[in-house]
Design a protein around this ligand. Structure first.
Ligand SMILES: *Cc1c(COP(=O)(O)O)cnc(C)c1O
Length: 372
């Protein structure tokens, strides 16, 4: 069976480099917020092209820390989408703010900017004022950021980029994560840049915001044992930082290999009844997921499994229909019909740098056989 994801294969392919780096971190005798973490923050900021990056415990916390650092909390709403990892919405509620979930454009599965423009001009009754927007670049591709940035600018509120799935992707030649006010990256093991455990990082060009967040991530300390701000504990450990320093220089090659695999799937799908995912003009895609769509999704999934191809669904239930959120989260005035339709039909194929040419050929052959 070709698994949907294979983080063990990535470890094995880089074992010597990773074991050396982890050994160095272990030998140092310093395990939290030390030299490895500081070096990774600098290297990540330089790679992204922003002055500041701050490591933290995971991608959810990266979003939460940005919101807290901006002073977003109770009595304020944050607009995002329902078609995302639940983490995006969880982060909004972690700071006590109210999520407002908008519908997606069905071609790119990302926020419909017209929905955002509409709710900023004419906020839903009964909702606290919208004080920030989280733009989610889903599956490795940019959302339609330009009109969203313009709408936020007009409204005088910050746009935060959720970059958990788009490390290295660009829009108009700019790296995603550099276009909004601040950006959050998950470094979970299966992300395009992943640790060997939980990790996250956020980045911004706003130095004052970065200073506040650097304090908030460690009990609000500016100097040891003295909390100037009310903080949390969300630190990046040295072992994960050492792993990430090995992997950051390998990211571009990994993304290129993901694109080769995606090109092969695009070509195979040309002989079938299925369509390849839409690629946005003026953007580079990094294929965190390769997502196809079928009204007979469950049957397609079962037949691919018979052919030895593991698949997944990102995500099977929109956030607003999940038990913890059902009937209590606010939606845009038009509801989330496209989100709900997508959740019934989407299917993710295996796409990661360690797939062999032979495995890619087997997936292509299976696609032709089940949907030819
Ligand atoms: C993975 C992910 C997150 C959360 O990251 P964690 O590191 O698991 O906390 C947030 N948003 C999106 C879109 C994600 O894919």
């Amino acid at each position: 069976m070709i698994p949907l994801a294979d983080p063990g294969a990535a470890y094995r392919a880089q074992r010597d480099l990773l074991d050396d780096a982890m050994g160095r971190a272990l030998d140092s005798g310093w395990y939290i917020l030390g030299g490895e973490g500081a070096a990774f923050e600098q290297e990540f900021a330089a790679w992204l092209g922003l002055p500041r990056a701050i490591g933290c415990a995971n991608g959810t916390d990266a979003l939460m820390l940005i919101l807290r650092g901006m002073g977003i909390g109770p009595g304020m709403a944050v607009a995002t989408v329902s078609h995302t990892a639940v983490a995006t919405v969880a982060a909004i509620e972690m700071v006590g703010a109210t999520p407002l979930l908008l519908d997606i454009d069905p071609d790119t599965y990302t926020m419909d900017p017209d929905e955002l423009i509409a709710v900023l001009e004419d906020p839903p009754p009964g909702l606290p004022p919208i004080r920030a927007v989280i733009a989610v670049h889903l599956y490795g591709q940019a959302c339609d950021l330009e009109p969203m940035l313009a709408a936020c600018e007009t409204a005088g509120i910050p746009l935060i980029e959720d970059c958990a799935q788009c490390h290295g992707a660009t829009l108009g030649g700019y790296k995603l994560g550099t276009l909004g006010h601040a950006a959050a990256f998950s470094l979970y093991p299966t992300k395009n840049l992943g640790a060997l455990g939980d990790a996250g990082i956020l980045a911004t060009r706003d130095e004052a915001l970065a200073d506040r967040i650097a304090a908030i991530r460690q009990y609000g300390w500016k100097s040891r044992y003295i909390s100037d701000l009310v903080g949390v504990n969300s630190r990046l450990d040295e072992l994960q930082a050492a792993v990430l320093r090995v992997r950051l220089p390998l990211l571009a090659g990994g993304n290129a290999r993901r694109n080769e695999v995606a090109d092969a799937y695009d070509a195979a799908l040309a002989d079938t009844t299925l369509s390849p995912p839409t690629r946005r003009q003026d953007a580079t895609h990094v294929f965190h997921q390769y997502v196809i769509r079928s009204p007979d999704r469950d049957a397609l999934m079962a037949r691919l499994k018979e052919h030895g191809v593991g698949t997944g669904i990102h995500y099977p239930v929109p956030v607003h229909l999940q038990p913890a959120y059902l009937d209590r989260v606010a939606l845009g005035p038009a509801g989330c019909a496209e989100t709900e339709a997508a959740a019934r039909e989407i299917l993710s194929l295996p796409v990661y740098p360690e797939l062999t040419d032979e495995q890619v050929a087997r997936v292509c052959q299976a696609l032709r056989e089940v949907a030819g």
